[in-house]
Design a binder for this molecule. Structure first.
Ligand code: C2E
Ligand code: CA
Ligand code: CA
Length: 645
């Protein structure tokens, strides 16, 4: 047991060092260990669980603390009762004595509970006596008992034996047996402890190096080994690869996490089988793997990847027969002066190269190069300028008109789209800086600012008595999840006295995928405050139809650009018409976005689409230009113009 306690402490330190580590991950590791270890059963309770449990249930526990020394929970261990009992019974006493192991408070650690007179036991413990003493049994029959200290954790062996006519002989046999028992137990524990510490240390080492899900190396172990290779060998012949399994989230969503985990495990096996003996790779996180590869030319490295793809395709694993695994790999080729770079930074470069090609369809492969490097530099420059730009009001709202095609091509309103007017770099489109702002949450501030500016303009516009227009703003995912989200938007709407039905909030599909119950309740609260809610970029995700079934949204924005990827225009139109019809039946209005050609306008008009927002009518423009356009066109029909010409 003392050995077990050592193991427990070691395990607690390892788990704490893995921080951030979730309860699920800890439990998975523990399950593995429990399967290997028949002497002790380990459990984990996080801070919340532990509050609700009875500390008497468990015999020993150690705290798990993260690197900041904050408690994550407790690891506790129990030895299955029967192990000790069998041991005790078989070793010495078979049937003559009732034996228990007690702690210094007289509480049973193991053995047959129910025969003890705890008061008495405590009294004897406090006296430190090792002589037999009388003890009452449940039926008030007198029994004799002996307490022998065990040299472990201040525990005692309590032995009780019935008092009979042959009392003296029993006592003699009993005491003799007890001495044998305690020394026997001590020896046994001593040997086992020695063995178990060694075994457990090996297990801990193994645990520290392995990824518990796939069994392949984990990142810290990879790092150690890769650093050694780079130190000792010719750095120029090595490249680091980073591989992402495309659409893995989709696999998880469709097949469930359990199946997803199984697939990840098979993928790790494939990497192992494909590589030469002892290929050096690891799972970095989730569905991302990284490795070190020895290569001669870049061409060879590229064909190594293509062969890997073929290898993946040739192995039809039963679990993903119907799903094609697509790989996206980025590679960083080491240079002479990279010896001082950390493995993290090198792997990060391979990852950046991977991200660079990820958006293209199919299996993808790309090297880290100058262009990517410049992009990273540019992005970090932008990132460092964001705070200043917010302060200096460099973010400007542009508006792209929305045209009501069933009501004589009139301007129904517009969508507010942000532009960054950077004093040195010129106008920067949102695609370049919004992803950066999403990373650190600054997007929430920007979205709220855009919304307030839009309300300000709408307020002054409405005051002139002109025909009301609808204005839509984008809401980022993190913004929607803020506690004061509905309150903030409601408050600003009130402050500028905007009537109900004129302000529209656009949410992207991905925002809702994870938790449509949360989203539904947000939408109903927004409805109560007079907002229109729309689902943006419909068709670019994958569970769109399912979403429609559950979400109480008012407007569906179809991304026509997305549909344009299809090659068969007839089929494409069948799909679009049917989505529009379905939306109509659900009383959801439709907006087609990204429309560039007059013929698409004609088709959408006949298909019953309500609104078009696209270059075919107008591009996004400064708010003043939009105001002017409204004034000039005042209820007039706009004429669509092909952008092809
Ligand atoms: P989105 O919300 O889907 O906005 C529509 C995008 O499509 C706009 O790009 C718009 O200029 C473009 N577009 C509209 N019609 C056409 C067309 O006919 N052809 C082509 N090629 N493009 C068209 P933009 O302004 O670059 O915005 C890109 C994305 O950035 C937006 O996509 C939106 O997701 C995001 N965004 C823009 N402003 C904000 C904002 O204030 N907050 C947040 N959270 N996101 C914003
Ligand atoms: Ca939008
Ligand atoms: Ca959109």
């Amino acid at each position: 047991m003392e050995g077990d306690l050592h193991t427990l402490k070691g395990l607690a330190v390892s788990l704490g060092a893995m921080d951030p580590v979730g309860k699920e991950e800890i439990n998975r590791i523990i399950t593995d260990i429990n399967e290997e270890n028949k002497f002790m059963k380990i459990g984990f309770a996080d801070n919340a669980d532990w509050m609700g449990s009875n500390p008497d249930d468990d015999y020993y526990s150690v705290p798990v603390r993260n690197r900041e020394d904050q408690p994550l929970g407790l690891l506790y261990a129990t030895n299955p009762d029967d192990i000790l009992r069998n041991m005790i019974d078989e070793t010495v006493l078979s049937g003559v004595l009732v034996t228990e192991i007690l702690d210094q408070n007289g509480m049973v650690v193991a053995g047959n509970a129910g025969t003890k007179d705890q008061e008495k036991v405590r009294e004897v413990i406090s006296k430190g006596s090792q002589l037999p003493f009388p003890m009452d049994s449940q039926g008030n029959r007198q029994q004799m008992a002996v307490l022998i200290p065990l040299e472990i954790n201040n525990w005692y062996v309590l032995s009780v034996f019935p008092q009979s006519g042959k009392r003296d002989r029993h006592i003699e046999t009993g005491i003799g047996a007890l001495i044998l028992l305690s020394s026997g137990l001590f020896l046994y524990f001593f040997c086992r402890q020695y063995k178990s510490i060694n075994e457990n240390q090996e297990a801990l080492l193994e645990l520290a190096n392995r990824d518990s899900l796939t069994g392949c190396r984990n990142f810290p172990a990879f790092k150690k080994e890769a650093e050694r290779v780079i130190r000792e060998e010719n750095i120029l012949s090595y490249a680091v690869w980073y591989c992402d399994i495309k659409k893995f989230k989709f696999i998880n969503d469709i097949l469930g996490y359990e199946e997803g985990d199984r697939i990840l495990s098979s993928i790790a096996d494939l990497f192992r089988d494909y590589g030469e003996e002892e290929a050096l790779f690891c799972r970095v996180s989730a569905d991302n793997f990284a490795g070190l590869h020895k290569y001669e030319t870049r061409e060879e490295m590229r064909s190594w990847f293509h062969n890997l793809v073929e290898f993946f395709q040739s192995r039809e694993l039963p679990s993903y027969k119907t799903i094609t695994i697509e790989l996206c790999m980025g590679v960083y080729c080491m240079e002479e002066n990279d010896r001082d770079l950390s493995i993290e930074r090198i792997v990060n470069r391979a990852n950046i190269a991977q991200k660079h090609v990820k958006s293209q369809p199919g299996n993808q492969f790309g090297f880290y190069n100058k262009e990517i490097r410049n992009k990273v530099v540019y992005e970090s420059e932008l990132e460092s300028e964001i705070d200043r730009a917010i302060r200096n009001r460099e973010f400007k709202p542009f508006i792209q008109p929305k045209i009501s095609i069933q009501k004589g091509n009139r301007i129904a309103g517009g969508e507010v789209l942000v532009r960054w007017e950077n004093p040195r770099k010129g106008t920067i489109p949102p695609g370049l800086f919004i992803p950066l702002m999403e990373r650190d949450g600054k997007i929430v501030k920007l979205d709220r600012y855009m919304f307030e500016v839009a309300c300000q303009w709408l307020n002054s516009y409405l005051k002139t008595g002109r025909e009301p227009v609808n204005l839509a703003v984008n809401v980022s995912k993190i913004g929607m999840l803020r506690d004061d989200f509905v309150d903030f938007y409601g408050r600003v709407k009130e402050k500028y006295q905007i009537p109900d039905g004129l302000l529209e909030l656009e949410f992207t599909e991905t925002v809702m995928l994870n938790d449509d119950a949360v989203f539904s309740s947000l939408v109903s609260r927004l409805h109560k405050k007079g907002f229109v809610c729309s689902l943006d970029d419909f068709g670019s995700g994958y569970s769109s139809l399912n979403l429609l079934k559950n979400l109480p949204i008012d407007v569906l924005k179809l991304d026509i650009m997305f549909f344009r990827k299809s090659t068969d225009i007839k089929r494409e139109r069948i799909v679009i018409s049917n989505i529009i019809n379905m939306a109509k039946e659900l009383q959801i209005r439709t907006i087609a976005e990204g429309v560039e050609y007059v013929e698409t306008v004609d088709f959408l008009t006949s298909a019953g689409c309500d609104v078009i927002q696209g270059y075919v009518f107008a591009k996004p423009m400064p708010i003043e230009a939009f105001d002017e356009m409204l004034l000039k066109k005042k209820g007039e029909a706009l004429i669509p113009e092909d952008i092809r010409v």
